[in-house]
Design a protein around this ligand. Structure first.
Ligand code: PEP
Ligand code: MN
Length: 338
């Protein structure tokens, strides 16, 4: 950390800040310029709050240099992480893994038909919510255990792995026999108790970025899971809330290269929640693959107009299959396959 003192800072103030840094466990190197003094604090601690220094008299600016996380940082595994899934499928390797299916599992007909269509188009993982985090308590909340059973059956029938969202600790055990990937939704990105429990399981976890979370906060949430011992974490950019109203969220494509630089963890793009509108999904999916996304999570419904949740952002099966054809052309340009 670098602490720059005001030009007007007194010798006593500089000494006070130095003492504070020493008490925090840092070694301090002082540079006294013609006008200003700068203190460089070095040490192994990462659990400090720069504001502690900012509020001290005489301090102008504090700049953190080391990352506040350890395990998720790129330096922990410079070569990158490949998350290995049940049937040999890998996220973070050469292949961009496409996960697709309805927002929610609604009925046997709906999920079997969705599974058949997305597998034919080339998806490898079937998505479908069993427990739904809905903004309103009066909307469809998901079929729970029944949905998990249907999802598993449909996935097995069409050779797909399955992913579904876990909303609370008590659901983890229930879900483990049925799913291949546990999804943590945007609303739960900072449910630290849930993240800690997911650190204890050995199933891959797909962690979505919160609607108002910075990339650093996303990485710190992943650190909760990894520090519990579960290293099978896949991040997911699913759009953030901004002042723009033409889309449901603003799909932050730049988060993909940003995450790749800061972390070794693979990153998924979810253009469905990222835009909230069907006609914007394919352009953002194409952009995400071009930007280096390791996987895609896309909502597809056999008849979106009748969907019980997120119909407006769900692709028609034909649209999904056309998108897959386009992605097969884009992927090789960035040395990937679909
Ligand atoms: C979902 O995947 O259906 C979902 C609820 O996503 P998010 O947590 O990104 O809103
Ligand atoms: Mn949804």
């Amino acid at each position: 950390m670098i602490v720059a003192m005001w030009e007007t800072a007194t010798e006593d103030e500089i000494q006070e800040v130095t003492n504070h840094l020493l008490k925090m466990g840092f070694a301090v190197h002082r540079t006294t310029g013609a006008r200003q003094s700068v203190l460089a604090a070095v040490g192994r601690r990462i659990d400090f709050d720069t504001r502690e220094l900012e509020v001290l008299p005489g301090v102008e600016k504090v700049h953190r240099i080391s990352a506040p996380y350890k395990l998720v940082g790129r330096t922990f595994r410079p070569e990158g992480t490949i998350v290995r899934l049940a049937n040999g499928l890998e996220i973070g390797g050469k292949q961009v893994v496409v996960m697709a299916g309805p927002c929610s599992v609604e009925s046997p007909e709906q999920i079997f038909s969705a599974a058949e269509m997305v597998s034919k188009a080339g998806a490898r993982v079937l998505r479908g919510g069993a427990f739904k985090p809905r903004s309103s308590p009066y909307t469809f909340q998901g079929l729970g255990l029944e949905a998990l059973k249907l999802l598993r059956e449909a996935g097995d029938r069409y050779g797909l792995l399955v992913i579904s969202e876990v909303m609370e600790i008590s659901q983890i055990e229930l879900m483990i026999p049925y799913v291949d990937i546990l999804q943590v939704g945007a609303r739960n990105m900072q449910n630290f108790n849930l993240l800690r429990e997911l650190g204890k399981v050995r199933k891959p976890v797909l962690l979505k970025r919160g609607i108002a979370a910075t990339v650093e906060e996303l990485l710190l949430s992943a650190e909760y899971i990894m520090s519990g011992g579960n290293y099978n974490v896949v991040l997911c950019e699913r759009g953030i809330r901004t002042f723009e109203t033409y889309t449901r969220n603003t799909m932050d494509i730049s988060a993909i290269p940003v995450v790749h630089k800061l972390s070794h963890l693979p990153i998924t793009a979810d253009p469905s929640h990222g835009t909230g509108l069907r006609d914007k999904v394919a352009p953002m999916a194409r952009a995400a693959v071009a930007a280096g996304a390791d996987a895609l999570l896309i909502e597809v419904h056999p008849s979106p107009d009748e969907a019980l949740s997120d119909g407006a952002q769900s692709l028609f099966p034909q649209q999904f299959s056309e998108l897959m054809d386009q992605l097969r052309i884009i992927a090789p340009a960035v040395e990937r396959t679909i």
